[in-house]
Ligand binder design. Structure first.
Ligand SMILES: [Zn+2]
Ligand SMILES: [Zn+2]
Length: 207
């Protein structure tokens, strides 16, 4: 028995893995892995927040009181896909989420390939009402705080307070005197900008 199961897993999943290419393989695998793995009641998943899409077919729980990080993303892809001036994204580990409803009612969109296959990073939406539930990255999730119950309370606003602006150069709205760091592209990997979108380093050199 033992030598049939690789290091990958045990039971039927390991068997499927060894069985090689099958049209069902990918479909079966994503269900058993975070963030789509359903937690049993016995798992003691601590529920700190609950979220749902507009139609209510997709519902989830979050086990972390505060996101690891929160950002506003002003990139044009987020503007277009969200139909909003910018994306408000809260970063969580893939293990922090438990879908209580509708894990099979999700649809994927990979903006890089413009494909609806489950290729990371991708946008994850309710297949019925099309609410964007999250961005699934290779190792992290970017949750959309506006889906979360109680987000419009003092506690909610405080827990999901943004730490910075990304891709601020592509913005369609200005943010002034909010005290948040503004980045030309990705946080920490691009030039830092002032409220007007001018590079901070360039300004300092002129003085
Ligand atoms: Zn929905
Ligand atoms: Zn973006």
């Amino acid at each position: 028995m033992d030598h049939h199961n690789g290091t990958e897993s045990n039971g039927t999943e390991g068997h499927q893995y060894q069985a090689g290419k099958s049209t069902h393989r990918d479909i079966d695998q994503w269900k058993h892995r975070a963030p789509y793995k359903i937690h049993e009641n016995s798992d003691n998943f601590p529920v700190k927040w609950k979220g749902r899409c507009h139609c209510g077919k997709v519902e989830y729980q979050l086990s972390r009181e505060k996101p690891l990080k929160v950002k506003y993303c002003h990139c044009t892809t987020c503007q277009r896909l969200h139909g909003a001036p910018f994306q408000w994204a809260a970063i969580f580990h893939k293990e922090d989420i438990n879908f209580t409803n509708g894990v099979h009612d999700l649809g994927w969109y990979d903006p890089t390939e413009k494909s609806t296959t489950h290729h990371l990073p991708c946008k994850v939406s309710c297949a019925y009402c099309r609410t964007i539930i999250m961005d699934e990255g290779r190792s992290m999730l970017l949750m959309m705080p506006t889906l979360i119950e109680g987000i419009n309370t003092k506690e909610g606003r405080e827990a999901f307070k943004s730490g910075c602006h990304m891709f601020y150069q592509q913005r369609v709205v200005d943010f002034r005197n909010d005290g948040l760091q503004k980045w030309k592209g990705l946080e920490g990997e691009s030039e830092e900008l002032d409220d007007d979108g001018e590079e901070l380093n360039g300004k300092q050199e002129q003085k």
